[in-house]
Design a protein around this ligand. Sequence first.
Ligand SMILES: NC(=O)c1ccc[n+]([C@@H]2O[C@H](COP(=O)([O-])OP(=O)(O)OC[C@H]3O[C@@H](n4cnc5c(N)ncnc54)[C@H](OP(=O)(O)O)[C@@H]3O)[C@@H](O)[C@H]2O)c1
Length: 273
Amino acid sequence: MSVPGLLVVGGGKMGGALLGGLIATGWASPSDLILVEPLPERRRELEAAFPGLHAVPAPEAGLLDAAGEHLAGAVLAVKPDTAESACRALGAMGVTRVLSIVAGMPAQRLEHALGGEPVVVRAMPNTAALVGAGVSAISGGSFATSQDLAWAEELLDSVGTVVRLPERLLDTVTGLSGSGPAYFFLVAEALIEAGVQMGLTRDVSRTLVVETMRGSAALLAETGRDPEALRAEVTSPAGTTAAGIRTLEARAVRSAFMEAVAAATERSRALHR
Ligand SMILES: NC(=O)c1ccc[n+]([C@@H]2O[C@H](COP(=O)([O-])OP(=O)(O)OC[C@H]3O[C@@H](n4cnc5c(N)ncnc54)[C@H](OP(=O)(O)O)[C@@H]3O)[C@@H](O)[C@H]2O)c1
């Protein structure tokens, strides 16, 4: 095994997506990475997907003897209930830099579990990371420098876009872009159903809705224009779109989204209180 650059702890959906992104973008070759994953089946699956990847069941002392100072750090991609025990094991191994994608787990608790003055960068990614189109917010813990944030940003760049924010705003990010794919999926479900109601086959309705979402997102991203301006352009006076929008406004859809994000943010806060 060559000298590893990164330990990935947790080979679930997110850990697997990150491994894939890092390898696909050339940030690392599989032999630069060590995966820690308790499930034998999942270890075999990921080792087969990324030939050269070394996967072990637990973060054990001795694992990093060969890595020494060349270890860039660890990515923590486990469920919240095992995050602190995983950090205690990492701290005992001598790991001093961790990028955590664990939802709702404050940097300070991870720092405490790691021991000493470890670097922790927290990130809130979303599920679109699975297809390399995620968006993540990152924030540095007490001992993170701008170099550490740059390292974390580079890692997460491999699965999408990254923004930097203070940690106190991560609950809002959770309620907006963390839960955001589910909001859009709900809108997609409703629109597909609406197309079927109005006489389209389900397949055709799905294609029309998915491509309309993709196209609208591309217009927003590529032109950089405000959504209001883009919407005004397709809303001619007394036209078809105006009739549709008026119905949505009458049902307070805008305010429903605002309340949804506020509720999700509050729920995220409550989970780590
Ligand atoms: N999925 C998302 O869209 C998303 C978005 C934002 C943040 N997150 C956060 O990302 C983290 C991972 O989520 P996920 O969706 O990837 O979950 P997941 O698919 O359940 O993956 C968690 C993985 O970590 C493994 N694991 C558990 N304890 C471990 C330990 N002590 N050492 C090493 N590996 C361990 C689990 O193995 P077992 O199966 O054996 O338990 C599993 O493979 C969570 O904290 C989640 O809140 C996820």
